[in-house]
Design a protein around this ligand. Structure first.
Ligand code: SF4
Length: 127
């Protein structure tokens, strides 16, 4: 099986490399890259930001596009931190960090990050 790593999504946590060192390696820029072929299924399912896709299955390559559409459709809903599981709920906002209840995820300030683990807003996914 061949795999692809979406470099924009990868946060360089090293999970894939520790699970499948023959297939994945985190490079000097802190991004995982594919270095060989082998069984990387566990890494695919363990990647916290779903940056790894299997190349052979065309259904798999189509899936991320559908996910993006869903993300657009669910705009205004709850968003989940891929690392610690914190859920941003627009109805609650993030008052501790100056975000009033009723603030849509899309309207969060650019510098806003996960209040629990500090992951960038751009890493969040729609719930
Ligand atoms: S597990 Fe995912 S986020 Fe972590 S280094 Fe590998 S590809 Fe990047």
């Amino acid at each position: 099986m061949k795999y692809n790593v979406d470099q924009e999504l990868c946060i360089g946590c090293g999970m894939c490399e520790s699970l499948s060192p023959d297939v994945f390696k985190v490079n000097g820029e802190g991004k995982a890259e594919v270095v060989g072929e082998g069984d990387g299924e566990e890494a695919v399912s363990s990647c916290p930001v779903s940056a790894i896709t299997a190349e052979a299955a065309q259904e798999t390559t189509a899936a991320p596009a559908e996910t993006k559409e869903e993300t657009a459709e669910t705009a205004g809903g709850k968003y989940v931190c891929p690392v610690c599981g914190y859920v941003y709920d627009p109805a609650v906002g993030d008052p501790d960090n100056g975000v009033a209840p009723g603030t849509a995820f899309e309207d969060l300030p650019d510098g806003w990050a996960c209040p629990l683990c500090g992951v960038d807003k751009g890493m969040f996914t729609a719930q």
